[in-house]
Design a protein around this ligand. Structure first.
Ligand code: GDP
Ligand code: MG
Length: 422
């Protein structure tokens, strides 16, 4: 059966949640392999509408085991809240585990996120202020705290002291803020650890057996290739790697087991936070698409930046993911546009760019567009490619030609069944 990774091609919010929910109907395991509760993965199914931040989007399949993998970072208070919210609708959750190797977000990580954005002023990153960058920094500084550490108070105290000894120096002298109380943090960690103890597990043997017995495993990425810490629009990236190449490392699945990589790609562009965004639209046009697409962050409520489809960025996103197929989402949002632009290359003062460049070049890049005729019809009820208006078919085929990956799924509405298979 092999393992399938479902990852974002663009800047995030491509509709990964809805695609994972769709494929999870027949999955045995669904694993979130990176990121934290800065995610907002929207799922609309028979249970209702949910914006999942931490729980894998397969949580609605009661037969599937859902796991937050070692590559993710977890705020236990946020996790408890989310579990309670989902349980209110679907009943008690007993198909969920948290890897004992996940790094834990403490309140001081969130404070540091806020202090740093404050310090950066005009150079801020547009952080979601959920403590993501500080917790990943701690991971690589090797002063982080693992989920399993929460369960042993002595060990936890040592780890927190080790962390705050240095952090409090920064808090005091760089940010001019009050020191964090070590004892309080130990209590916070220990008491929250108790609340999530039943979920914390060494999932490696479980997944080893799952792979050996050829179970159907889905790996769910957060954000998208263009926010990848390695290949994205650095430094306006996230602090982890949302690509299929990391999906194995963030979940303990051998890389060669990942046979299928579904790149979730939006029919136009959207982006939350700062950084260069070559095809960005402003004014009325942006506002109209933002409204139609309900483009407000699922985690933060922030209005998303809107742009035309960018084939340079999306082709690169597919390459970086190693997408074996694409799911093109939110096509219905473009209904009613007279004309739709597609960016096919970038131009700077002295060159034409077809391969997605580094950030400083992006700032100089101007989009070069081709213009496609739009369609007026409502397509949200259509379930077959050939029933789409001819102009919508042509738009999809043009994108497929430009990105050079087969578009196998097209979504025409947020609900699970609003999907065309080709
Ligand atoms: P994710 O972060 O990639 O999971 O995506 P988000 O859930 O943050 O953002 C996608 C948004 O688009 C959500 O509000 C979805 O409900 C919505 N959505 C997903 N697919 C479609 C679609 O085909 N059409 C429309 N109109 N909305 C969609
Ligand atoms: Mg999202």
């Amino acid at each position: 059966m092999g393992v399938t990774a479902i990852c974002g091609v663009n800047w995030g919010d491509e509709g990964k949640g809805r695609m994972v929910d769709y494929f999870a109907r027949s999955a045995d395991y669904v694993i979130r392999f990176q990121g934290g509760n800065n995610a907002g993965h929207t799922v609309v199914n028979d249970f209702g509408k949910f914006a999942l931040h931490l729980l894998p989007s397969g949580i609605f399949n009661r037969e599937a085991i859902n796991i937050i993998g070692n590559g993710a970072v977890v705020n236990p208070a946020a996790l408890i809240k989310e579990i309670e919210e989902v349980e209110q609708v679907i009943g008690s959750i007993n198909n969920f585990y948290l890897s004992d190797r996940c790094h834990i977000i403490f309140p001081f990580h969130i404070l540091l996120d806020e202090y740093e954005e404050e310090r950066l002023k005009d150079n801020k990153f547009g952080s979601t202020k959920r403590g993501i960058a500080p917790v990943y920094s701690d991971k690589y500084l090797k002063i982080g705290i693992l989920a399993s550490d929460l369960l042993n108070k002595d060990y936890l105290s040592k780890r927190i002291k080790n962390n705050l000894d240095i952090k409090n120096q920064t808090i005091k002298s760089i940010y001019n803020k009050p020191e964090v109380n070590i004892e309080e943090m130990v209590e916070w960690g220990y008491s929250n650890g108790k609340k999530i103890e039943k979920y914390i597990k060494n999932v490696i043997p479980l997944l080893r057996d799952a792979v050996r017995s050829d179970k159907k495993i889905l790996l769910e990425g957060q954000l998208g290739a263009l926010r990848d810490i390695e290949f994205g629009i650095y430094p306006y990236t996230t602090s982890s790697s949302p690509i299929a190449g990391y999906a194995g490392a963030g979940s303990s699945i051998p890389p060669y087991e990942i046979k299928r990589v579904i790149g979730v790609m939006k029919a136009y562009s959207s982006c939350v936070g700062e950084g260069p965004f070559v095809t960005e639209l402003f004014g009325e046009k942006a506002e109209a698409i933002r409204k139609k697409g309900n483009e407000y962050g699922a985690a933060t409520g922030r209005p998303r930046r809107i742009g035309w489809f960018d084939a340079v960025a999306s082709r690169y996103g597919c390459e970086i993911l190693g997408a074996t197929e694409v799911s093109l989402t939110l096509l219905d949002v473009l209904s009613g546009e007279d004309e739709i632009n597609i960016c096919t290359e970038y131009k700077t003062n002295d060159e034409i760019i077809e391969d997605f460049p580094t950030t400083q070049k992006l700032y100089e890049s101007k989009p070069q567009y081709i213009t496609m005729p739009g369609w007026k019809e409502d397509i949200t009820g259509i379930r077959s490619f050939f029933d789409l208006p001819k102009n919508a078919q042509n738009y999809v085929l043009k994108i497929e030609e430009l990105i050079q990956v087969k578009i196998k799924y097209i979504s025409v509405g947020p609900r699970r069944e609003q999907l065309i298979k080709r």
